[in-house]
Write a protein that binds this ligand. Structure first.
Ligand code: PMV
Length: 359
């Protein structure tokens, strides 16, 4: 009979309000600027990973959404995560051997793994699937290996799978400190505030298209680093100020400030994409219609306040941040601007229901 050790875990998606775009070290995945995100509820969007380890497995295998088509040996990011977690497990086994005796320790670090990972939302469509996916891989490995390690330390490993994954190791409001060391030992995620610090803040996800994006973030961001002059301005003069102001806005639960910076930063991220040569387009006509809809909503309401903020990652799908009292109004707006969509009805009964915009 086979001996199998198994762990399952889920990880949430995070949506950046100050975007990460550009690496200063492509192997260790060290960013050219700090970033900040909100981790969404796991009830709606998540990655779920089951990892089994066994002395009887002949090789390590990975199924993503039920399909085994990733070449693990050639995938450096996966190898980084396996290597780093195995190294820590080895150290831990040595310690346990000393403390408890050699025959009391499972040599899990020597076993091959079978990994099944699933996303309950479109993969690689600019909805941070790599963030929740790599965070989940690393977290599940740490659980399987029973690693005595903090979330911040774990975030440095997840970062080497996919940069934005480091932020999904925490709930609530999370910064990825870019760090200054060449070895990446200070480039990690930290919690700015827990989720219950600002319970009224809500995220509405508008799926405009569930097609895989044309230019991957890996390829796109390095083209931007190599060709965009606007990116240099962003790195040196814009992001450091925005990070500070955004952290203040979150601490003060100041939606005006939060919304303004969120929209400005999304705009600038897509501007550096356009400033890349050749240019990268992630937004489509529906994305731009959503921007216009939110802009109009913010400028025509009777209080003359910013009541909603859009943000877009490397794809056309929108995330709208708002506060709970505005949700019915925004849903009505979406129903008006993008009619004929059944999911809008569902939305009323569940504030986090996905809304599918018509393309
Ligand atoms: O972690 P990556 O390589 O998938 O890059 C993600 C980059 C953005 O989603 C566009 C921005 C961000 O900070 O999440």
């Amino acid at each position: 009979m086979e001996t199998i050790y198994e762990k399952t875990a889920t990880s949430p998606v995070n949506i950046a309000v100050i975007k990460y775009w550009g690496k200063r070290d492509t192997t260790l995945i060290l960013p050219t600027n700090a970033s900040l995100s909100v981790t969404l509820s796991q009830d709606h969007l998540h990655s779920k990973t089951t990892i089994r380890a066994s002395p009887d497995f002949e090789k390590t295998r990975l199924w993503l959404n039920g399909v085994e088509d990733v070449d693990i040996e050639k995938n450096k990011r996966l190898q980084n995560c396996f290597r780093e977690t195995r190294r820590l497990r080895k150290e831990y086994e040595e310690k346990l051997r000393k403390d408890k005796g050699p025959d009391k320790v499972l040599p899990l670090s020597e076993y091959n793994l079978h990994i099944c990972s699933e996303n309950n939302f479109p993969t690689a469509a600019g909805l941070a699937s790599s963030a929740s996916g790599f965070a989940c891989l690393v977290y599940t490995l740490s659980q399987l290996y029973e690693l005595p390690i903090s979330a911040a330390e774990l975030s440095k490993i997840a970062r080497q799978g996919s940069g934005s994954a480091c932020r999904s190791l925490f709930g609530g409001f999370v910064a990825w400190e870019m760090g200054s060391k060449d070895d990446g030992s200070d480039s990690q995620a930290v919690e700015i505030a827990p989720r219950d610090h600002w319970p009224e803040l809500e995220a509405l996800i508008c799926i405009v298209s569930d097609a895989k994006k044309g230019v991957s973030s890996t390829e796109g961001m390095q083209n931007t680093v190599n060709t965009s002059t606007l990116l240099q301005h962003r790195i040196e003069h814009v992001v450091p100020v925005r990070m500070k102001n955004m952290i203040d806005a979150i601490h003060e639960r100041d939606f005006q400030k939060f919304a303004e910076i969120t929209m400005q930063d999304s705009n600038q991220f897509h501007a550096v994409c356009l400033d890349t040569f050749p240019p990268i387009f992630y937004l489509n006509d529906v994305s731009r219609a959503i921007i216009r809809m939110i802009t109009e909503y913010n400028s025509t309401n009777s209080e003359k306040k910013l009541k909603a903020a859009y943000t877009f990652d490397a794809g056309p799908n929108a995330v709208i941040y708002t506060t709970s009292e505005n949700i019915p109004e925004i849903i009505n707006l979406i129903a008006k601007y993008f009619p004929g969509n059944d999911d809008v009805k569902n939305y009323f009964s569940d504030p986090f229901q996905l809304f599918v915009g018509k393309t």
